[in-house]
Every structure is written in C-alpha cells, then in structure tokens.
Design a protein around this ligand. Structure first.
Ligand SMILES: [Ca+2]
Ligand SMILES: [Ca+2]
Length: 454
C-alpha cells in the first residue's frame, strides 16, 4: 500500500513537471532561426542608448547576440571602457532569474559580460587604419569568420568606425576572395549616420549590404509619459536602468527591431517592412549623416560622393508606428517578466499558425486572378490559454499590386480573398495579426505573399 502511494506521488510530480515544461516551451519550440547580431553603441552620448539596451536585453532570448561594443560617434568622440555597459548587464543579471521563468533562450549574464568590449576609442576615420585594431573590431572579425550559415547583423547605434576598422583589417590581410567572403556575411544597419566611416564603407565596398535608417523617431508613446513610468521604469532593476528621455526616445532600437523574429518580416527582404521600418530595394546616393558630422569636418562625407546605401521608404517612422500596440505591449510584458517569478502571473505571446505552418517564416503562394484564396490560422495557440483575436489585412505599401483588396471574414480564424482581375503578375502581401486577451495584449504575426500568375 505504501509503495502505491509513493508511486502515485512520483507519477503526479512527473506529470506536473512535464506540463510546466510543456507550457513554458510552447511559445518557443518553433523558433528555427534566431538572427545573429552585434550592437555597437555610443553609450554616454544621448541616454537613449541605455533605453535601447534595456529593450535589447529584455528581449535577448529572441536573438543570438554575439557582441556588445562600446563605440564612438559624433556625439561621443572618445570612449575608454565598458563601465556603463557593465552596469546595464548587471541590471540584466538581477532580472535574469525571473526572465528565465518566462521564456527559454535568455543568454547568461556571464556570457553577455564576455562579449562586452570597447571598440574604436577615437572618432571616425581618423581612428581607422594601421595600429588601430580594437577589441570591438577583432570581435566583429571573429564573429563573421565563425562557421555559421546565418548572416551577421552589425548595428551602428553610434558611429560606424569600429565596423570600418574590421573591414579595413580584412582588406589589408586577406586575398580579394577572402575579403569578398567576409563582406558577404555582413548586414550593416546604421542609425542616422553618426560619423564619416559609414560613407567610407559604402564608397569603398559598394556591394556590402548597408542600410542607413533615418526614420527612427516618433514611433514611441509620448516621451517620459505614463507608459515609460508605469510599464517600464517602475519594473525592477532593468526598469531602474531605463533613463528618462533627454533628446529623443530610443532612436537606436529600430536597428534590432528590424530583425526581431516575430513572424512579420524576413529582415533580408528589406522592403517587406517590420518593427524596424521599411526600406527601398534600390540603394540611394547622398543619404547624409546627422548634421553634426559635417560640423566636425565639412567634407567628412561628401569627399566619398557618390556613395550608395539602402534608405527608408517614404513612410519613414510611420512604417514602424503601424505596429505600435505589438511592440509597446511586447516590451511591457517582458518588463513584467523581469519582476515576476511565477510563470502563471504574467502574460506570454500567442503563436500564430498560417496554413498549418508553425514557423515564423514569411510564406509565399501562387494564385490566378479571379481565384478565391483561403487564409487559415487554425492551430494558433496561446500558452496561457487566453482567447485569441484574429485580424487579416492587405499591406499595400510593400505589395507590387496597387489596387484595393477586400478580405472576407477578416477578423475570423479563416478568411478569404478574391484575387483581383487587374493584379496579374503582381504580388499581394497579406498580414495575419493575432493577439491574446491577456494583460497586456500580446501579438504574433505571419505574412503570406500571394504571387499572382501573369
Ligand atoms: Ca546612439
Ligand atoms: Ca497569452
């Protein structure tokens, strides 16, 4: 009799352990792809780099962060140490045990410390060349050399000269073939242009993937308002590390928000548009840095004319703001996670399933004009058992089809559209947005690109 009780208790413990495990992992088991990212930041200039770092750290389970590099720029012309970055990583360390309860994949604080380094210590191209290698530039090279099929996103939240030093060194020390291979791994994302090194890179290495984002402001809730006070700053050690806005709010966050793997976009397809905005497929000449760069040296950039970079589409920051509920609530929920030690006491993201596909990939399909196409989100789930709402919409800006598209039952789990007669040879981007009724409402996305036969 006693043995039976022991057995029953053991079985119960095993079952509850399994169900906790299953609940916890439900939202994450389908990640087949995390973007690799190195962030370079001119911490100590505008306090908004600290804000962006808090958002990056609290969402770090969604990325493979390979480097956090303290860098210079036109607003911070020298750097000497990682002290400010260390303080932020220490705040993350204090929140880490709680974050770990709510999602798998958060990097250990020790790992983040090990990839926190200083890049170029001086400003711009004057600090690039012989004898100028830095821990940051060496880290970028080592990361790009790693045997990994995924591209390496290197973000400039300040100047680009640490990245320029890495490229400069590879050009000096490797064959043309070796340089080509190195450059092919890089995806550079420059916020606003904050030194002359971006123009140097774009001029000398015209094939390198280079985005300069200028539509990076105005997508946030009103600055220093209720959202920041109540949903972010009041939340434990990471909240305390999120400073008030002095100039602009989180101008650097669109860099990593562009590659946030939320199902909305493939970041390699820059015209699709996602949380970081939308970009033209054709590089443009003369996307200038912030005016401060020309004040430091009048022809700092113009001497590299013409140089070509990918820039924002005409929607600018509106292409970010259209998703505001999704990313505002995502950040708020993650800040909840950072102070809540019980899984069931916080909300977690639903999982959007499109046409039976459970990944976060953008899907494509072919159809003919006049066809009725079924859109199906059956199988979508929420790990908290929340009720899910559905919204299907036509995203016209990235679609090559210009007309209007009407979607039948656009708030149901299954919707349908009739492919317009005048859409032959064009594509139609359909967005599935789902959100739960937890607090705050959390979103998940998918995209179906319908290629209409000619
Ligand atoms: Ca910055
Ligand atoms: Ca939920």
């Amino acid at each position: 009799m006693k043995n039976i009780w022991v057995l029953l208790i053991l079985l119960f413990l095993l079952a509850s352990c399994n169900s906790k495990q299953a609940t916890k992992k439900q939202g994450l088991k389908n990640i087949s792809y995390k973007p690799r990212v190195i962030n370079t930041t001119d911490l100590g200039a505008d306090p908004d780099d600290k804000q962006s770092m808090v958002r990056q750290l609290v969402s770090s389970n969604e990325f493979d962060i390979e480097g956090l590099i303290v860098a210079t720029g036109c607003w911070r012309k020298t750097q000497s140490n990682t002290k400010m970055l260390d303080t932020l990583v220490e705040a993350y360390a204090a929140a880490y045990p709680n974050l770990n309860v709510h999602a798998d994949g958060y990097p250990t604080p020790e790992y983040l410390k090990s990839i926190s380094v200083v890049g170029q210590t001086g400003y711009g191209m004057d600090d690039v060349g012989t004898g100028k290698d830095s821990s940051g530039s060496e880290l970028i090279i080592a990361s790009a050399d790693r045997d990994d099929p995924r591209p390496l996103w290197v973000m400039g939240w300040g100047g680009m000269n640490t990245i320029a030093q890495a490229i400069w060194k590879v050009r000096e020390t490797r064959s043309e073939e070796g340089l080509k291979k190195f450059l092919s791994k890089l995806r550079l994302f420059d916020i606003l242009g904050q030194d002359d090194a971006g123009a140097w890179i774009a001029k000398n290495f015209p094939d390198v993937f280079y985005i300069r984002a200028t539509g990076v402001y105005g997508w946030q809730p009103p600055k220093n308002g209720d959202y920041q006070h109540n949903d972010i700053q009041s939340h434990g050690p990471l909240g305390a590390a999120y400073p008030d806005t002095q100039w602009a709010t989180e101008g650097d966050s669109p860099a990593f928000m562009h590659i946030y793997p939320n199902g909305l976009n493939n970041p390699e397809q820059i015209e699709q548009g996602g949380w970081g905005g939308r970009f033209d497929l054709i590089k443009k000449a003369g996307i200038r840095s912030m005016s401060e760069v020309a004040k430091i040296e009048k022809d700092g950039e113009t001497k590299y004319d013409p140089y070509y970079m990918y820039g924002n589409t005409e929607e600018g920051a509106e292409a970010i703001k259209r998703w505001n509920k999704g990313y505002d609530n995502d950040f708020a929920a993650r800040m909840d996670w950072s102070i809540i030690s019980n899984y069931k006491d916080a909300n977690h993201h639903p999982v959007a399933v499109l046409s039976g596909n459970k990944t976060r990939s953008v899907l494509q399909m072919n159809a003919s004009a006049g066809d009725k196409v079924e859109l199906n989100a059956e199988g979508s789930t929420d790990p908290d058992g929340n009720t899910i709402s559905y919204k299907w919409s036509f995203y016209d800006e990235p679609s090559s089809y210009d007309g209007s598209v009407s979607i039948l039952n656009d708030t149901s789990i299954k919707a349908s559209i009739e492919i317009p007669e005048n859409s032959k040879g064009k594509n139609i981007h359909i967005i599935l947005e789902i959100y739960d009724n937890g607090s705050p409402n959390l979103y998940a996305y998918r995209r179906m690109i319908i290629n209409v036969n000619p």
